[in-house]
Design a protein around this ligand. Structure first.
Ligand code: ACO
Length: 428
């Protein structure tokens, strides 16, 4: 017998059998529960989608209570240790790890698309000298839709592939140019002999040397961070990507919207907020006082808490290990001691323990980025580069899902009832 949920409507005394599939009921099945035949029927009310699945997905699995994160079934710990970002991006997008020839072709395609059109460079030149690189990044990604007109043909599989190559390949170049613009240095052309992250470091930090000498420890650390940030199922920016994409706009425009969602301090802007917080605290001695203020409701402990993880974020564990290898090259970040003390106190304090607030991915990533020489304004941009693969994979899955339609939530109207317009002279 199929699983059902029996609902008795006390208002009418009627009983309904609602099918239960995959531990959920369809909200539209509740529509049949009506007071009168012309009543629109019962609906669900779920602000911030706290308990509503909006899609079926095969990309990323998370068990927040157990601290599990898997891309296409592969544990994040194994990918962070053995894979590269480009290989992981392939896995996320196409569902399987690539064979050697597939990885070679994929890497070649990405490498061939790293350059930016001169017009895009000119557009970036137009930003104010102190423009936030994330603002420059999201505007430039959106502007790419005006350049790649074939991107409008979203149901042409081959053209979709082309946009995927372009997006994955060009986001590091856009990010690096946004950074160079913000510090008034000339743009550095991509070097196709370098790895994905090696080339990114080259475009960011190369000065007058003929060939940029990539530090292999930093190159690998960045690759690990990119793997960890590649996808995270239906978070705020991914939901934005799916919702905007559901109108069938091109992927550049949809991704500009997703990037805007990532910009916010409660999402991808959190690691920037963590660094500002650590700087504000200033010394280890000030930590107890800061925790006291957080508990009194005067601000949040940034980098702590997560909508899904109610235990230690598995990505935070890996990042903490990566930090050690980076600090061996760059020297210890002096803010680390404050972060460690915050974590120690918070993990013992009943306020945080009872609310299941643990360090999330952003708590330590900012310290690494800062030690590598990135200004805090680049932190959300560094998040957006790898998340591009997750966004496009989720966008494509949404497009090809026959159950999906244009996203359009309902509302419960609680405003004024009908009233007649008053001319200005008659208003009090
Ligand atoms: N510091 C102090 N208290 C917190 C924190 C925090 N970081 N996070 C949650 N709480 C408290 C809330 O005040 C609330 O307490 P209450 O029940 O007494 O009112 C309780 O914990 C539950 O918090 P919610 O806001 O309901 O949790 P929600 O799931 O909506 O928010 C979020 C999750 C936005 C991540 C939140 O924990 C937060 O603001 N954290 C700080 C920002 C941050 O680090 N964001 C990065 C998230 S990871 C990412 O996007 C990549």
């Amino acid at each position: 017998m199929a699983d059902t949920l029996t609902v008795t409507d006390n208002r009418t005394g009627k009983q309904y059998e609602i099918p239960v599939t995959d531990r959920s009921i369809r909200a539209t099945d509740l529509r049949q529960i009506k007071l009168t035949p012309d009543d629109a029927g019962l609906s669900t009310y779920d602000p911030a989608f706290m308990n509503t699945a909006a899609c079926r997905s095969r990309i990323t699995f998370i068990d927040g209570d157990k601290g599990i994160l898997e891309y296409r079934g592969y544990p994040i710990e194994q990918l962070a240790e053995q894979s590269t970002y480009l290989e992981t991006a392939y896995l996320i997008l196409f569902g399987e790890l690539p064979t050697a020839p597939q990885l070679e072709t994929w890497t070649r395609e990405i490498t061939l698309h790293t350059m930016l059109h001169e017009n895009i460079k000119k557009l970036m030149d137009g930003f104010q000298y102190d423009a936030h690189p994330m603002g420059v990044f999201l505007s430039t990604v959106g502007a790419c839709s005006t350049l790649y007109k074939d991107s409008k043909q979203i149901f042409d599989a081959e053209l979709r592939q082309k946009q995927i190559h372009r997006l994955i390949a060009k986001v590091p170049t856009i990010a690096a140019y946004a950074y160079r613009h913000s510090i008034g240095r000339p743009y550095v052309l991509p070097d196709n002999q370098l790895s994905f992250t090696g080339n990114f470091l080259n475009m960011l930090f190369r000065m007058t040397e003929l060939k940029y000498d990539v530090n292999p420890v930093l190159e690998r650390a960045l690759d690990v961070l990119f793997i960890l940030h590649a996808d995270h199922e239906q978070n705020c920016s991914t939901s934005a990507m799916r919702a905007i994409g559901s109108s069938h706009v091109d992927p550049y425009s949809a991704m500009a919207g997703a990037t805007a969602a990532l910009y916010g301090p409660l999402h991808g802007g959190a690691n920037e907020a963590v660094l500002r917080m650590l700087n504000e605290i200033g010394t280890v001695q000030q930590v107890p006082g800061f925790i006291k203020r957080v508990k009194a409701g005067e601000g949040r402990l940034m980098g702590f808490g997560h909508r899904v993880y109610k235990s230690y974020d598995p990505r935070a564990k890996i990042i903490k290990q990566t930090a050690d290898s980076v600090f061996e090259v760059t020297g210890r970040n002096p803010l680390l001691d404050i972060a460690l003390e915050l974590e120690r106190i918070a993990l013992e304090d009943d306020y945080f323990v009872s609310r299941k607030l643990y360090p999330n991915v952003d708590f330590y990533s900012g310290l690494i980025y800062q030690a590598m020489g990135f200004p805090v304004t680049m932190f959300p941009v560094l998040f957006a580069i790898p998340r591009t693969s997750g966004w496009i994979a989720q966008w494509e899955e949404m497009l090809l899902d026959p159950e999906q339609k244009i996203a359009r939530p309902k509302q419960l109207y609680v405003g004024a009832t009908r009233r007649d317009y008053l001319p200005l002279s008659k208003r009090a």
